[in-house]
Design a binder for this molecule. Structure first.
Ligand code: ATP
Length: 202
């Protein structure tokens, strides 16, 4: 799955709408310290459904909203739009009709995040699954944060295995298995209740 464009609006230091066009080949982002290079990578991870404030270098998820400066007031919301090239039809069924589609995540203060895929309202899980199945999720080893290499070297085997699983595109299967197990447990406890009721009636 190729990314064509990343659009940021009110996200961290990107208070005004900003487009990063990602063309075929290598794209480099250069700039002085503190100009927002890492914020671009965080925007990419965030639009893919990242929900850990620590991964976004913040204390709460609302810390991604432009916080204001001496000259500009804080914003009430932030939005990131990722335009994906889907000509190879890697996106799962239901979203793979077009050659290109947008994934949008918007956060509003006190109202949390809302997501859209191709203009349709979806849940965070739908976005996370879409990328997990395409092996490019928010935890993908393709997105390397500062300090991550040294973390990887000292990581425990279990954490290293997670990285390999993400790269192999099977992390979506684990999530589905977990959800299936939760449903199974709920069904089993319902069954126990039915049996208890039947016992009382007989
Ligand atoms: P370096 O080369 O030092 O790693 P960088 O180019 O990667 O720097 P970033 O870390 O992406 O820079 O950007 C940091 C800047 O983003 C800081 O100036 C910080 O004040 C600003 N910033 C972070 N969060 C917000 C926010 N919520 N609102 C406004 N500005 C923010």
């Amino acid at each position: 799955m190729r990314f064509d464009r990343l659009r940021l609006n009110g996200f961290k230091s990107f208070v005004d709408p900003t487009d990063l066009v990602i063309r075929e080949g290598l794209t480099g982002v250069v700039g002085p310290n503190g100009c927002g290079k890492s914020n671009l990578l965080e925007a990419l991870r965030w639009v893919m459904g990242e929900n850990r404030p620590t991964a976004m270098r913040g204390e709460g998820m609302e810390d991604v909203i432009f916080a204001g400066t001496a000259r500009r007031s804080a914003r009430a919301h932030a939005e990131v739009v990722l335009t994906v090239d889907n000509r190879d039809r890697l996106a799962p069924a239901g979203f793979n009709g077009d050659d290109q589609f947008d994934i949008v995540r918007r956060i509003t203060r006190d109202a949390g995040s809302a997501y859209k895929i191709g203009g349709k309202d979806v849940r965070a899980r739908d976005v996370q699954m879409l990328f997990a199945d395409a092996s490019t999720g928010a935890h993908s080893p393709a997105l390397v944060r500062q300090g991550q290499i040294s973390e990887l070297i000292s990581a425990k085997p279990r954490s290293r295995r997670r990285i390999l699983e993400e790269a192999a595109g099977i992390s979506g299967l684990y999530q589905r298995r977990h959800e299936a197990e939760l449903k199974l447990n709920a069904a089993e406890s319902n069954l126990t209740r039915v049996e208890d009721t039947l016992d009382q009636l007989s």
